[in-house]
Design a binder for this molecule. Sequence first.
Ligand code: BV8
Ligand code: ZN
Length: 248
Amino acid sequence: MFSQEFIEKIKTAERLTVLTGAGVSAESGIATFRDPDGLWAQFNPQEMASVDGFMSNPDLVWSWYQYRRETVFKAKPNAGHFAMAEIQDYFDPLTLITQNVDQLHQRAGSENVLELHGNIIENHCLDCGESHDDEIDIQNKEVPVCNFCGGKIRPSVVWFGEMLPEDVLYQAGAASEDCDLFLTIGTSGEVYPAAGLPMIAQDYGAYVVEINPNETVYSNRADEKIMLPFSQAMPMIAEIVKKYRTKV
Ligand code: BV8
Ligand code: ZN
């Protein structure tokens, strides 16, 4: 299934960088964004995942995130998430960059995960920025009001048109420029600036492997394409890592 070159890279790479997208959580029961049955098939992203969308229909957008939170809380990391967590001690470093907001990587044991688009668990006030995480009742379908300033509370995800967290994006860019092996897994490569990272890695000399059962913008440009689901491919990679590498 894997080429000799990829196996060699898994055995010898010093620095491994990984970019994941919604596809890695699909087998945990969380809908992706652009698959035919995905989230965006039912909702328009500009309406739902943008400040304008929230301001024009706060209760609709808030209840959409409450619905997604419920799915996330019920979801469990899959075999791919656990395999990813298992190999982190065999590379110095393994930098895991995710576009996902569901924290399944962290729940499987991955550490220092770079969350490019924030996460769906945290919230903050649109006006004063105060964080409001624990007093949010998941059943509450109305937008809660900030008890410091009366502003509307919003999920702490990065919406379209919003800047990504600067330090996180900087670290993700640096890890893409400075790695020997780069895996892009479960992402359609549609959303920038995250989507640019695999090609930045390749420009800087990394061997880029795509793991995705479908074709994407990377398929003809990656050095290797593995058309397997995350929960099958990642454990296979972990087996090779454990057989040929030692913990650092
Ligand atoms: C910004 C959080 C500066 C909210 C999300 C440069 C060029 C072009 C456009 C732009 C650009 N710079 C900025 C833009 C605009 C915009 C953008 O990129 N638009 C696109 C649509 C053209 N970007 C932004 O606005 C970003 N901000 O750049 O700020 C700026 C500011 C103002 C003006 C200009 C610039 C902010 C982007 C962040 C948006 N927030 N999410 C929430 O989640 O509600 S994006 C959303 O899409 C999710 O985070 C998601 O992760 C992300 C990417 O989607 P994918 O993860 O790839 O998921 P998708 O469904 O698409 O694909 C799933 C894949 O998995 C498929 O390929 C499928 O085959 C595969 N799969 C399925 N099952 C499996 C599998 N793979 C493996 N195993 C399986 N089992
Ligand atoms: Zn406030």
